[in-house]
Write a new protein. Structure first.
Length: 614
């Protein structure tokens, strides 16, 4: 089999590039972990009849004069100047048929690279719905390259585009302008070509009406708050039935393993170390799925860009620009891509302040911990018969983390990173119904990332913790019940010794040695707290036949639970995040500073909350 043809997928922002990439490649995607590359573009494959085309989804650009690290990577790859990513064999340019001018400017610069090009014109349905026409055949003749009209979210034309790619129907475009042409000349040429092939649709009154509300200082802000409220409410209410089903499935697996394994130590290893440890985290997969579903839907329907515009003025109060909103928002899924996406910020000072703030955003790794503790200590009641109290507490935790991150950014901008604010410019994407397939692909990929974590880091930790809890073997009096023997083993284990040794540090927060051990385990990965509690209280769970959250609610007071929640809001408990911070900032001093700041905040907040709630 011949080597796959490497195709760079490029386009201006908000042209539907990611949706089209998902439609073309489906689940045949992976993260491109190139040495020294922090953007980590997605790589997808199309394979037919023994032939393979490899697509690499590069960050969006407007032209070959990059203003951010993301844009610089794309330009370097296209010019063949990148040290780690091989030069592409061809380019798939994704063009917005409803507004092609900026894409044509980009094409005029692509033409000077000598790379073969195929153009995919998206949103042709939008043009038609508005009473306009788009002459893709005429554009193909004008540019001297294949032009394939597609509607990515509906899958229309995707098959034709796939055939074009697989048949290697590439054409090297003739240079449309001299390489030294000014940007004014390029826009003039682009406008000339656009006027030839596009009969502009009538004004989109629906978009205007929606923007009149969603961008209004009062109604837009109110809508934003309502959307965020529904966001947190749904995480608790919609996913609960599936959570209960997974919880029951984990219990059935443990019972089955217990019935089939007679050797006590092996039985404990399988039921508690593997099934119990990993299962206690997997039970939160429905919330992770729902979180990714809602975030992807809001992004693809065009609302998130407008939300960024709404909060731009608020970001300015903390010394940041609107561009910082995107990395901070991405950090609510995971701080790692959030930190990496800060490369879109041109200003070094703003970029550094944003990176230092990202660990305070409530990532999905905190979600299992929050869900466990909130369901254990916060009553499942409603406020005024409308909003769940648990959802309000969850929203409060998210808000506290975000506000503290912004305050840290403000302090840093006024001390270590003093400087002006770069104006915020953003292009609003059109409102559109997201592609079900694209959302599905994104959800599956992100869920697989979560499961890989559960299957690697958490499994490894669960095994290590099981060893610590099972050694040395305890002296169990004859006639002791199995449940009591299990409890005695935990009390006399190395894990208990470690927890008791370090417990005095956390004693002012009300943490016993068990919670201390759980907190310490979280510095590898936050989710492991749930796994640790699952193993430590395995005997109690088996004895009462109650979920872990019920056992914790009986063991700890509301005061201790709130103190623990406050600690997790602020603590930087992720080795991977610190490593990425070091790679992005070029020094360990910045992650070290972030660790110290967040630990002081976490400890102090937990202590204050414990006092106030006791």
């Amino acid at each position: 089999m011949s080597a796959p043809l490497r195709v760079a997928v490029v386009g201006t922002p908000n042209v539907g590039k990611s949706t089209l990439f998902n439609e073309l490649t489906g689940l045949q995607q992976k993260v491109g972990n190139f040495p020294g590359v922090t953007v980590e573009p997605l790589i997808g494959r199309i394979t037919e009849g023994g032939e393979t085309v490899e697509l690499i989804d590069l960050p969006g650009i407007y032209g070959f004069s990059p203003t951010s690290e993301d844009e610089k990577l794309t330009v370097d790859v296209l010019r063949g100047h990148h040290g780690s990513i091989p030069a592409p064999d061809a380019v798939l340019l994704v063009m917005n048929a409803a507004s092609p001018d900026k894409c044509l400017v980009l094409f005029s610069q692509l033409a000077s690279t000598g790379l073969p090009v195929v153009v995919a014109s998206t949103m042709v349905d939008t043009v038609k719905a508005g009473g306009g026409t788009f002459d893709d055949i005429g554009l193909g003749h004008r540019l001297a390259v294949p032009v394939v009209p597609v509607v990515g979210r509906k899958g229309i034309g995707v098959g034709d585009l796939r055939d074009t790619l697989m048949q290697h129907a590439w054409t090297i475009p003739e240079a449309t302008l001299d390489a030294s042409a000014s940007i004014e000349d390029r826009f003039a040429w682009a406008h000339e070509v656009s006027s030839e092939v596009l009969l502009a649709p009538r004004r989109d009154k629906r978009t205007e009406r929606l923007d009149a509300v969603l961008l209004h200082p009062v109604w837009g802000t109110l809508t934003f708050l309502i959307v965020m409220g529904l966001f947190f409410q749904s995480i608790f209410t919609w996913a609960q039935p599936l959570m209960d089903l997974i919880d029951s499935g984990v219990g059935m697996l443990q019972s089955a393993a217990k019935d089939r394994i007679d050797q006590p130590l092996l039985q404990s290893f399988v039921t508690n170390g593997i099934i119990g440890g990993v299962g206690s985290v997997i039970v939160f997969l429905p919330q992770i799925l729902l979180l990714n579903l809602l975030v992807t839907f809001l992004e693809e329907c065009g609302y998130l860009a407008r939300a960024a515009f709404l909060v731009d003025r608020a970001m300015g109060l903390f010394g940041l620009q609107g561009r910082s909103f995107i990395p901070l928002l991405g950090s609510f899924a995971c701080a790692i891509p959030g930190i990496m996406s800060a490369r879109i910020i041109p200003s070094y000072r703003d970029r550094m302040a944003t990176i230092m703030a990202t660990p305070l955003m409530t990532c999905s790794a905190r979600l299992p911990v929050y869900l466990l503790l909130i369901s254990a200590i916060i009553p499942a009641t409603s406020v005024m018969g409308v909003v769940s109290l648990q959802a309000l507490v969850m929203a409060g935790l998210y808000g506290a983390g975000a506000l503290s991150g912004l305050l840290i950014a403000l302090v840093l901008k006024r001390t270590l990173f003093r400087g002006g604010v770069v104006p915020f410019l953003i292009e609003f994407p059109p409102y559109r119904l997201p592609s079900a397939k694209s959302i599905g692909v994104t959800m599956v990929n992100r869920s697989m990332d979560f499961l890989k974590t559960a299957g690697t880091v958490i499994l490894a930790f669960s095994v290590a913790l099981w060893i610590l809890t099972e050694l040395p073997r305890a002296d169990v009096p004859e006639g002791t019940t199995e449940i009591e023997a299990s409890r005695l083993q935990i009390e006399q284990s190395y894990a208990a010794d470690l927890g008791r040794t370090l417990q005095p540090v956390f004693a002012p927060l009300g943490f016993d040695w068990r919670l201390t051990l759980g907190v310490l385990s979280s510095y590898a990965a936050r989710e492991t707290f749930v796994s640790a509690m699952g193993q430590i209280y395995a005997a109690d769970v088996h004895e009462t036949d109650a979920p872990l959250r019920k056992v914790l609610s009986q063991r700890y007071s509301i005061s201790v639970g709130l103190s623990l929640l406050a600690f997790y809001v602020f603590a930087l408990q992720c080795i991977s995040t610190m490593a990425i911070m070091k790679r992005e900032t070029g020094s360990w001093k910045w992650p070290a500073l972030a660790f110290v700041i967040t630990f002081v905040l976490a400890y102090g907040s937990a202590w204050i909350v414990g006092i106030l709630s006791s």
